[in-house]
Design a protein around this ligand. Structure first.
Ligand code: HEC
Length: 197
């Protein structure tokens, strides 16, 4: 019984690998501007993967979710007059909950040791105003504790947003939104923008 199961699964695995091989052979060359991510999880001695860079965590996780939270309560003045927006439906609040949770866990991801700041050769949008990834890495190596504190500050601010969301309080959401912004900027003024900016 066990033998035939083993044989079956071996056949299945070979079929899957064949399928993967043929897929990768026929797939077109990558068009993406971002360099490919090489996953080394299988060979890595670490129980987690830390290959996504800090810059990518910012642009693909923390920033979009923070925008969703900040945009939830807003006043828009245009040719139609002044319109106030606030979350109304359960769907609205649930989407905000996902964003607050994502920042809370994103802050944990920031604290995972051994992450690169950016991919080798990546250039920032305003290089003259930003510390280079190498400079940020030096700061991190010299004082890990401050980095952890700024990350915890972000996490705390996102927990407050979660409280506002769970109590369905749009005013609090807006108030804590300002604190969330301060948590971002406190860290950026040390690790991202060059002095005087
Ligand atoms: C613990 C520190 C820290 C916190 C907190 C933090 N950031 Fe960042 N952020 C950085 C660093 C460091 C960089 C610059 C990385 C680099 O050199 O590209 C950065 C860069 C960025 C970038 C630019 C990404 C890119 O593609 O160039 C955005 C956008 C950003 N952060 C948004 C935010 C927002 C929004 C928040 C708060 C909700 C936030 N960050 C909180 C450290 C932090």
């Amino acid at each position: 019984m066990q033998n035939s199961f083993l044989t079956l699964s071996t056949v299945f695995i070979s079929a899957v690998s064949l399928f993967l091989v043929s897929c990768s052979e026929s797939s077109p060359p990558q068009q993406s501007a971002a360099p490919a991510i090489t996953m080394t999880a299988e060979s890595s001695p670490l129980p987690y993967n830390n290959e996504i860079t800090l810059r990518e965590i910012m642009s693909s996780l923390v920033d979009p979710h923070a925008d969703a939270l900040w945009n939830a309560v807003r006043v828009v003045a245009d040719s139609d007059g002044i319109t106030e927006y606030a979350p109304e439906s359960e769907e609205d609040w649930n989407a905000l909950r996902i964003s607050a949770m994502s920042i809370i866990e994103g802050a944990n991801a920031l604290m995972v040791p051994g992450r690169r700041v950016a991919r080798p050769g990546a250039v920032g949008e305003f290089p003259e105003y930003e510390f280079t990834p190498e400079e940020v890495e030096e700061k991190l190596a010299a004082d890990r504790q401050s980095w952890v504190q700024f990350s915890r500050g972000l996490q705390y601010a996102a927990f407050e947003m979660l409280d506002a969301i769970d109590s369905r309080n749009a005013d609090l959401l807006s108030e804590y939104g300002a604190a969330l912004d301060e948590a971002c900027e406190a860290c950026h003024s040390v690790y991202w923008y060059r002095a005087g900016i």
